[in-house]
Structure formats: C-alpha cells, structure tokens
Design a protein around this ligand. Sequence first.
Ligand code: GLN
Length: 495
Amino acid sequence: MTDLNKLKIAEARDLLGKGELSSVELTEAHISAVEASKPLNAYIESTSEIARTQAKSADAQIKAGNQKGMTGIPVGIKDLFATKGVHTQACSKILDGFKPEYESTVTQNLWDDGAVMLGKLNMDEFAMGSSNETSFYGNVLNPWRLKTAAGEKDTVPGGSSGGSVSAVAGFAAMGATASDTGGSIRQPAAFTGTFGIKPTYGRCSRFGMVAFASSLDQAGVITRDVRDGAIMLESISGFDPKDSTSAKLDVPNFEAALTGDIKGLKVGIPAEYRLEGTPQEILDIWDKGIQWMKEAGAEIVEISLPHTKYALPTYYIVAPAEASSNLARYDGVRYGLRETVDGDGLIPMYEETRAAGFGEEVQRRIMIGTYVLSAGYYDAYYLKAQRVRQLISRDFKEAFEKCDVILTPTAPSAAFEFGAKSDDPLAMYLNDVFTVPASLAGIPGSSVPAGLDKDGLPLGLQILGKAWDEETVLKVSHVLEMAAAFTHQPSEWWR
Ligand code: GLN
C-alpha cells in the first residue's frame, strides 16, 4: 500500500496533467492493491496485463496533450458489464466461461477516455440481492469490519454492487462501475462509506449490460468522494444509438456543478419516509442532514410522496417479471453452462441447465416473475403494478414542483452481518425501502457518507433529484459531504 492508493481521482488527474505522476506508476500501485485485497473477495478476475497496456497508452495520450478526466485512472468493472474477451458472468454459474465478443458502451466510454481496467468485480448473481450473498463467487467482505472474536460474523458490503464498493472503500480501485435497478449503487455505497450515484434512467447506455429488469437497470459509479463521482459519471454517460432508451441529450460538465453554493435551494423531506421501526440512529443522521442543509442556506420543505408504501411491492413484481423474461435466454444453447442429460433431448437439457446454473434467489425471482405474468394473474399483479408505478412517478413530479432535491436516509440500517437476512427474503427486500421508489420513477439519486453508527459502521444519506438534473444532485451531495466531513477509513486489516 502506498500513498498512491489513497489518491482521489481528481488529485491523480491533476498530478498526471502536471507530469508529476505517470499512469504506469499509479496502475502498478493499484495492481498490487488488487492482489493485497484478495481477502475481501471484491475482484473475481484481475486484468493486470490489460491495465499495463492501457496505462502506457494513457501516459502517451497525456504527453500528447489529450488528457480527459479519466485518462490513466485505474478502475474496477462490475461483472455485469460486457468486456470484450474478458470474464463476464454477472457472477452466475449459468454464464460459465462466457467471454463476450463485444464491449459495453459504458466501459468503452471509459477506455475511449483513457481509463485503465484493473479487473472484474464481484456482485450478487444477476444483480439480485442487497448483501452480495448470492454471488456464485462467494461473499464479498465489507472492509469496515470483519469478525473480531470467535462466533462473531463478518459484515456484508451491501448489494448488489458489493465488489465495487469493497474495492473502492478498500483502496483497490480509484472508482468502479456499478448498476442500480432498485438500489444496488446507493445502498452498498451507504454500507461502506463511499459515494455512489445512479443517474437518470437513460443517461447511460444499457448496451452490453447483462439485463436484470430492463425498465429499471441503470449504470452509475462508486467513488471515494463526490468530485470523483462527477468526473467518472461524465465519462460513462451519453447517448448511444445501440440503446433505444438512452437519451439524446448532451452530457453536462458534472464537475462544474460542484459550486458549493446551495443558498435558496429547496430541499424536500418526505413525511412517508419516517417509517415506524426505523432505528433511532438512522433518524438522527437524517436530522443532522436536514440541519446541515439549513446551515448551508437551503430551505427545508415538508413534502408528501403518498404512494411510497406501495413502492416495494410494486418493485418486487415489476423487477422479477422483467427478470423472468430477460433470463429466458439462458437455455444452455447460446451461452455458458450446458448440462447434458443422456439421450433425453432438448427439454430436459434446458431444465437441468437452468436448475444447475441459477442460484436460489435467481430461481425465486424467475418463479415470482413467471407467476405475475401468467394468464389469469397478469391483470391482478403485473398490470396493477405498472399502474401503481405511474402513481409513484407522479408523486415525485408533484413533489418536485415544491422542491429541487429530496433528502432521505439511504438504507434503514447500517451494514448487517452475513446470514442475518439471507434466510428471509422479505427482510432482505425491506432493506431497499428507501431506494426503490426513485428506481421506479427513473430519477437520479446518490448516497453520501454522513457518519458512523454506534458500532463504527458507515451511514449514508440519499439525495434524489429531478429527471436529468444530476447536476443539482451532485451539487447538494457535495455540500452535504463537506458538512458531514466524513474522513473515517476502514482499518486495512486485509493487507
Ligand atoms: N436489492 C434489490 C434487488 O435485489 C436491488 C438490486 C439492484 O439494484 N440491482 O432486486
């Protein structure tokens, strides 16, 4: 571990630009950190040779006067993004051995800007989960705590982007790509003291992202602070003709939005997020956030999002429905795993492959999804859920007539122990209570490290914004970050 591992993206960018640091040096320090981070199980594949080649060309690019925000910056890639010729399995056994013939647009955008790929990051299988316990490659540990005494359990990093947050919090990547379908960027960021932002649905291309629930899936980033998040988000964003849902909009200079000035801005506090049973320390950090916003000159407005309580059930109908359809393509013929059954023909081969290739949680989602889409139940579940989804979007539209951003806790608890919720899917799903409404509405949201709980684990606050207004989300996140002055770091026990 050298000081180079602790640099922020913006700091490294400035040193690279002045010629005081080379991407080759920075990359070597991070290749070593990836190696040292093995106990975290954040990386499932390291791509150090690719990284070395990219670092050399980044240095040449900088010398030629062609530096962009991410040029020469080593990052990790969630295993959900297709990387040409490199392991891409969404951490599922069913994609066994799959190496795509093409690159996802999000990662291509990074390479076009000169970023450096350190490797592929662990995640919940097909991004289904909130604790990274469903990965075929095993649990990812939260750098913030591991068992200290016999009988005590390790702490989850959150999910599904568990590898992304563990690598960034553990100084084994300067930033990481991630995806958020119902909270998978924001909740793990909150659990690990990192910054995460999910932009508006359509801001980034979904081309080459392994599909979970296509109307919700959105790429985003995990970094160690808001400025780095702005820089990296700008790099991955933009219109892509290969994704019909990507928006034909110019990408703003996100970093320029970090003015530090939120005077007069209206911050909405939704009454419905004061859920019964929310731990006091979550309510306390929320109150602190409100106080910080006031001190920075923002105006606090009480708002109402009346359909909030229907968001979780709606999400857990819509997402599995889309997943059951998307995952139908894994049939043992076109990708990865194939289980052969002697002489029994095609149907048993499908069945055996899918039974062996999908984990328990993914099978559960496929069954729920198939059920809610089936004739006779379609109207009662899926169609009804689509209607409620419209009401939830409308709630946000109406709320944003009264405020510029919304401030809430990111998750109803700090990181929990392995096994605490894995036998109880409902308890696990409840962890997404504050993040799924924004996913259903397609609006941008971030999670900012705000403090520690009584056990020394990070807590995050969520900022939600109007569609296409990532700039205000980032601006407010930045002010919140300065006010919270979160400088804690994990103890580096894994080295
Ligand atoms: N935890 C949620 C789920 O399991 C969200 C996952 C995600 O955003 N990919 O579906």
